[in-house]
Unconditional design. Structure first.
Length: 383
């Protein structure tokens, strides 16, 4: 059986043991505080933001002239290069003119013959008029001379019309372009028998300027038309941009041309037509692209980069740095997307400092070291 220490010895033992523990603890260095997370922030400020809309557009020639034969005959020549620019009146095709020249010659000969006959009946009428005055001939003979002259003159007029028709048909053997534009592929070959009732020989499209057709919703149309009416100048109010399928933007600005007379009851959309200058013929009929136009301006809007906004189960939130440089996770309502930014409809106020870089490293209430956000181009956001 062990002996217990006297009370004084136990006190001395505990005291020395405590000093030993305190001495051993004092040999360790104090732990350094964890470094603050460095984040990049922007200070949101209200601004007037232009709102753009985009629609799928289809390009078409300002004029698309389908070239048909107007007389029946055999094609002798093709007088243009396919895909080349042609002017109004340029010869495109030549139909064999010989049958039509023969018809014209025959019509002109008939006209000359009937003019001679008309001259004779006119002489007879003049002579019989004097004889009738002297009562040398009967009234019946005079009436016959008068009618014969009228018939002869009528025949001359018919012959002149036949000559004119023959001249037109002969002229139609030269198939020319009715407009300035770009000529398409030839759909008939040399030696083909072509006729007025046949298919088109080619198409010439005027493409400078060129039209673009696109469908807008009733809501977009109302915003579109209200601005148009208030400004009175569609060309200045609604400059159009054309974006190609590869994402590049056509350098020339387009303008509003006209709107269709009615909204399509099946789709609820209205067809709008714009025009773009096309001096280099880069744009072609049938081409597709995105048509972009500013439909309204959102005043005093708060804009933040998309990277500052995180989505969790349909809820959008941002990290806001408070006065004490601590983070508060704020739920927000986002609006329209403007490029790489969001319009914030609610949840933020002017002057809030929003984390743009480092959102994944912060938590509610965590202290941070805020720096001014610098984008990829080196531009710094306002403080």
């Amino acid at each position: 059986m062990s002996r217990s220490l006297p009370a004084n010895d136990r006190f001395i033992y505990v005291f020395l043991f405590s000093i030993l523990i305190l001495t051993a603890g004092g040999c360790k260095k104090p732990l350094a505080p964890a470094p603050l997370v460095e984040v990049q922030i922007i200070t949101v400020a209200p601004a007037n933001i232009p709102i753009f809309e985009e629609w799928v557009g289809t390009l078409d020639g300002f004029v698309n002239a389908q070239i048909h034969a107007q007389v029946t005959g055999y094609l002798l020549t093709q007088n243009y290069a396919e895909g080349s620019e042609v002017k109004k009146g340029d010869l495109l095709f030549q139909i064999d003119p010989r049958p039509f020249q023969a018809i014209l010659d025959q019509a002109e000969a008939k006209l000359a013959q009937d003019k001679a006959q008309s001259g004779k009946t006119e002489l007879d009428l003049n002579r019989d008029t004097e004889l009738a005055k002297e009562h040398v001939i009967s009234q019946e003979v005079f009436d016959d001379a008068t009618q014969a002259n009228l018939v002869a003159n009528g025949q001359v007029q018919a012959d002149e019309a036949a000559v004119e028709t023959a001249q037109l048909n002969l002229g139609f053997t030269k198939i020319t372009s009715p407009v300035d534009g770009l000529a398409g592929m030839a759909l008939a070959q040399i030696g083909d028998l072509v006729a007025q009732s046949g298919s088109a020989l080619t198409t010439v499209s005027t493409i400078n300027p060129i039209k673009v057709y696109f469908q807008v919703s009733e809501q977009s149309y109302l915003a579109f038309w209200q601005r148009l009416v208030s400004s009175g100048n569609a060309a200045e109010t609604f400059p159009l941009q054309l974006i190609f399928v590869n994402g590049s933007v056509y350098p020339e600005k387009g303008k509003f041309f006209f709107a269709d007379r009615q909204v399509n009851s099946n789709t609820g959309t209205l067809q709008i037509v714009g025009v773009f200058p096309n001096p280099s013929f880069l744009l072609r009929p049938g081409q597709y692209g995105q048509v972009r136009a500013q439909t309204q301006t959102k005043e005093n809007a708060l804009l933040v980069p998309q990277r500052a906004v995180t989505e969790l189960q349909g809820t959008y939130q941002v990290a806001v740095v408070g006065v004490a440089n601590t983070v508060h996770i704020q739920i927000v309502k986002v609006g329209d997307q403007i490029g790489s930014d969001w319009i914030i409809e609610s949840g933020l106020k002017p002057g809030d400092r929003v984390v743009v870089e480092g959102t994944q490293e912060v938590r509610e209430g965590s202290p941070v070291s805020p720096k001014i956000f610098t984008d990829e181009t080196g531009n710094r956001s306002p403080k």
